[in-house]
Design a binder for this molecule. Sequence first.
Ligand code: BDR
Ligand code: CA
Length: 313
Amino acid sequence: TRPVLIDTDPGCDDAVALLLALENAALEVVGLTTVHGNASVAETTANARGILELIDRTGVPIAAGADRPLNVPLETAEEIHGEGGIRGELPEPSPATQPADVHAAQFIVEQARAHDGDLALAAIGPLTNVALAHALEPDLPDLLDELIVMGGAAFAQGNVTPLAEANFHADPHAARRVVRDCEPTLVGLDVTTQATVPPDLLESLSESRDGPLAQSIDEWLTYYDTAHRDRYGIESAALHDALAVAGLIDGDLLETESSPLEVGADGDLARGALAVDSHGVTDAPPNGAVALEADYERFRELVVESLERYLRC
Ligand code: BDR
Ligand code: CA
C-alpha cells in the first residue's frame, strides 16, 4: 500500500475523494490536513471530522492549517458546495477526531520526513498549507514520492475567471510557489471537468438506499450536480478532487506531460492562471507535469465500486 496524506477543504468533491482514498486497498491514508477554500478552515476542518465520523474512521489524524491565503483576501465557494462548505448535515465531531496540536504545514513536513521518500501528498484545496510546508522544509519535494495537485486550467477554461481554476485563484501566490519549487503533477480542469458522476449513480443512491451515509452522498452529489449545471452549463457534477486521488490509486489513469510551468499571481486576469510552455518558447526546463488525458471509464468504475462497498456495509 502507498502512504498518502491529503490536504483538503471539504467540499462535496473533496468528500467523495476522501471516501475513495480511505476505502481503497492501494492507499493508506496517514492523515488529513485542512485548509481554507470551499469554506473557512474552521468549517472545512469540522467537515473533514464529520466525514471521518460518518464512515467510522476516527483513527485517521487531522491537522488544521491556514485560515487564509498568503497574500490575497479569503474567498470561499459555498454557492457551489453548500452552506458551511458541504451540503447537508454531518455528524457532530467527537473528541476522537480532535485535530492534532500542530499546524497542517508542520504535519506535512513531519509525515514526509517520517515516510522517508515514500509519501504521496494529494493537495485538493488551495495550496497555502503546501507552500507553508515548503517554506518550513525546502527539501520537501525530495522527501515526497509524489505531489499530486488538483488545480489549474492549462488549456481549458477556468472556473473562477476565464483563465483561473478555483484552487489556484484562491491562493495564487501559494500556487506559484508550489508550481515553481515543488515539482507537482497537476490534475486540472483540462481533465477533471470530464470526471463527471455517472448518471445512474444518483438514481441508484436515492432510490434503493437509506442510512446517513447514503443520504449524505446523495445530498453532496445532487447539490453539486445542480450547481454545476446552473453555473457552468455542464451536464453533471465534475468530481475534480476524486480524479486526482484516483490518479494515485491507478498509475495508468492519467496521461501527463512534463513541461515548464508558471502561475500568474497578481493582476486581474493573470491571477491564478496556469501557463504551460508546451512549445518550449521560454527555454525553461520542465518543473512539473500536467494531466491532459484521463481514462474516465476506469475513474467512474473506481468511484462506483468504492461507494457501493461503503453502502453494502
Ligand atoms: C476545485 O475547487 C473546489 O471548489 C473543489 O473542491 C476543487 O478542489 C475545483 O476547481
Ligand atoms: Ca477541494
